[in-house]
Design a protein around this ligand. Sequence first.
Ligand SMILES: Nc1ncnc2c1ncn2[C@@H]1O[C@H](COP(=O)(O)OP(=O)(O)OP(=O)(O)O)[C@@H](O)[C@H]1O
Ligand SMILES: [Mg+2]
Length: 212
Amino acid sequence: MTIEIQSLTLAYDENLILSDCNLRLTEGEILVILGPSGCGKTTLLRAIAGFVKPDFGSIQLNGRSLDNLQPEERNIGMLLQRPVLFPHKDVLGNILFAYRKKKDRKMKEVNEIMQDMGIYEMRNQAIETLSGGEAQRVVLARALLTNPELLLLDEPLSSLDLNVRRQLASEIRATLKSKNIAAIHVTHDHEEAEIIGDRIIHWSELHLLESE
Ligand SMILES: Nc1ncnc2c1ncn2[C@@H]1O[C@H](COP(=O)(O)OP(=O)(O)OP(=O)(O)O)[C@@H](O)[C@H]1O
Ligand SMILES: [Mg+2]
């Protein structure tokens, strides 16, 4: 078991967004959750990452409770719809942010991940010169360098052209599989879900899944 979510419930004021959600991922599993706009996908991922506190329920990651941990203590990586990068640093400068301390930097690892993600040749380029797909590759490389126990993917491909989206979806899958990293990917795109996921569920199934 990688992650186990039990009875997760969250309301914004009177609006119940997450209602008794249950979810389990096996080791290295890639789960895709399909759901329409506004159903609560981002809210679920933010709750898992620790950016918003649920009203009820518990989350365990590899046997340890996340309930009282800050986001930076959870060892979870997250990719958003729009890549978040430092505009005044180049590609390499952004990737090095994976390391909190300079002395922890392992350049062999950095170079390998840049090769894997096909961005090695761009390492000295300014962020503004990258395409949307290239920018997501940089974000993914940076996230992977932190050795996350779980990766959360919040529609990171939705603003890309169809061909780029397909290509990057299959590369993300291959990369996660080669590193045996579990992931939860949310999207409303069926084709993307088929390419990336080991298992696909619909949003409405979240509160139906047995907690036992
Ligand atoms: N901080 C907040 N305060 C109040 N309501 C919020 C907040 N964040 C989101 N909501 C509401 O919660 C609901 C779910 O939002 P959320 O962003 O999780 O949906 P989503 O499935 O990610 O949508 P999309 O597919 O458009 O990204 C929406 O009705 C949204 O307006
Ligand atoms: Mg969203």
